[in-house]
Design a protein around this ligand. Structure first.
Ligand SMILES: [Zn+2]
Length: 225
């Protein structure tokens, strides 16, 4: 077991917490009063459990590597893995199973390529989808910014400005609209309490299915970080 770092912080429930990182090292968080010998005995006691967590992380890493390998020449767009075809004739056009990209993009690494395509596609589609949802819900945003955020799909601030992550283009169109609708509902309720969910459910009764897709897609997207 490789300890990456030990941080002291005021903890609420436990006085030592161990977390496994993506590179399989372990981060330890301890309460201010914890001594060195207490850390050692904690690690000895929890050895098996921590090793199990490391094994789980290793498995997760493997799954992600597998996905990346299977879809080596593809890009996830609107919920479909599209085959990348380099051609300068019809750049950035997509059909059912392919996306045409300009020849110069051949030289980009996969992450750069993904980021460029996602940003472009987001700028092309999000304003149209936003207009559709605004019309349907009768709620309006006063601005739209497309971000490169990996930690959240969208946000809606007090000035009624919406932010959407460009990575949202990896999700199917109905799911993107659902996220936009979620943000628009914040115009009425600035929290995630009961009334907020009631309003959102009025527009999207089958949100559970969409939340599941967002969760799964998010896992994949964050693996590129
Ligand atoms: Zn929200």
């Amino acid at each position: 077991m490789k300890i990456n770092k030990i941080t002291r912080r005021r903890l609420k429930k436990h006085f030592i917490i161990a977390r496994v990182n993506k590179d399989l090292s372990v981060n330890i968080t301890i309460a201010p009063h914890v001594t060195k010998s207490q850390i050692i005995s904690f690690l000895n006691e929890r050895k098996e459990k921590i090793n199990r967590l490391i094994e789980n992380q290793r498995q997760k890493n493997r799954e992600i590597e597998n996905i990346k390998d299977i879809h080596k020449d593809e890009i996830l767009l609107f919920g479909i893995w599209k085959k990348i075809v380099f051609s300068s004739e019809t750049p950035f056009v997509t059909d059912e199973e392919r996306i045409f990209l300009p020849n110069y993009m051949k030289f980009y690494d996969k992450v750069t390529l993904m980021n460029k395509v996602y940003n472009l596609m987001a700028e092309k589609t999000f304003p149209i989808l936003l207009r559709e949802e605004e019309k349907r819900t009768n709620l309006k945003a006063l601005g739209l910014t497309i971000t490169k955020t990996l930690s959240r799909w969208g946000s809606f601030n007090i000035k009624d400005e919406m932010k959407l992550s460009s990575y949202l283009v990896t999700c199917p169109i109905p799911v993107i609209k659902y996220v936009i609708c979620h943000e628009l509902c914040h115009k009425v309720h600035r929290n995630h309490q009961k009334n907020f969910h009631k309003l959102l459910a009025g527009f999207y009764p089958n949100s559970k299915e969409y939340e599941e897709i967002l969760k799964e897609t998010g896992k994949y997207i964050r693996s590129f970080k």
